[in-house]
Design a protein around this ligand. Structure first.
Ligand code: SAH
Length: 258
């Protein structure tokens, strides 16, 4: 590539994992990229489809397994684009859903680098979906509240958890589950509120666990719930909500079984 040409950065949503859940726009940009900056989550298999001369930078972990700090990621994007490269910043899910995409856009704009954002299939919707859970459902759930489980729960989140007509979707919530459940119960949310935990959604080893707010911590500990997982709280998470339990049992235990 001509070094006098200005490079650019595209923040590309990669979806929850499988390559065929990426958009065509994402795929086209990847195939034209000079540099691909990747995360731990998302469609990591794309590496196998990139030309050997493409520089792949994994910012999901360093040799010591520490993630690269955000300001260093920003600097990598800006530096490569300044060198005239077409940079794809590939992210799991959607870049603007707990993806720090906004910060990367700001860094590029501030540095005068052309930048664009390509939407992705967010795990907040697609991972429950993989377990047959619709985040909204007519006459059952008319609103969705998406939260970062690592943050303290706000009044809005507690209100969502306590409202039968709202689905609460918790990302990054596995480690904080005991605190989240305790705070919700303490705030008066019913112990019988349905909860589903969907681990590794859209992967072959996907696992769905149905429980209740009162039992979730014990159950998660018993089965050893691990990241990445999406936690769904609300009526839509109730087993057999879409189909009777009998049918669900017959549909087997495959990736998208209900
Ligand atoms: N931008 C991403 C979210 C990044 S936060 C998106 O839109 O999907 C990372 C969190 O996403 C994880 O902690 C987990 O809660 C969720 N996640 C991402 N991929 C997942 C998957 N395949 N299965 C389960 N959870 C996933």
């Amino acid at each position: 590539m001509n070094s006098l040409t200005t490079g650019r950065v595209d923040l590309v949503g990669g979806g929850p994992g499988p390559i065929d859940l990426m958009t065509l726009r994402a795929w086209r940009l990847l195939l034209r990229a000079d540099v691909v900056v990747m995360d731990r989550l998302g469609p990591t298999d794309v590496r196998d489809h990139l030309a050997p001369e493409v520089e792949v930078i994994d910012v999901g972990k360093l040799p010591g397994h520490h993630p690269v700090p955000q300001d260093e990621i920003n600097a990598i994007l800006v530096d490569r684009a300044r060198a005239g490269k077409r940079v794809v910043r590939l992210k799991g899910g959607d870049p603007f859903v707990f993806g720090r995409g906004g910060e990367e856009v700001t860094a590029c704009v501030t540095a005068g680098i052309p930048v664009d954002v390509v939407p992705g299939v967010t795990s907040a919707v697609a991972v429950p979906e993989a377990a047959g859970i619709p985040v909204t459902h007519r006459a059952v759930a008319s609103a969705v509240h998406i939260v970062n489980g690592q943050s303290e729960m706000t009044g809005a989140t507690l209100a969502a958890l306590g409202d039968d007509s709202v689905t609460t979707v918790i990302l990054m919530g596995v480690g904080a589950l005991p605190r989240l459940a305790a705070d919700a119960l303490h705030a008066g949310v019913g112990a019988d509120r349905p909860v589903a935990i969907v681990e590794r959604g859209h992967h072959a080893d996907q696992r769905t666990t149905r429980t209740t707010l009162g039992a979730v911590v014990l159950e998660a500990g018993r089965i050893g719930v691990r990241n990445p997982a999406v936690i769904v709280v609300g009526e839509v998470a109730r087993a057999g909500m879409l189909v009777p339990d009998l049918l669900a049992a017959r549909s087997g235990s495959g990736g998208a079984s209900l």
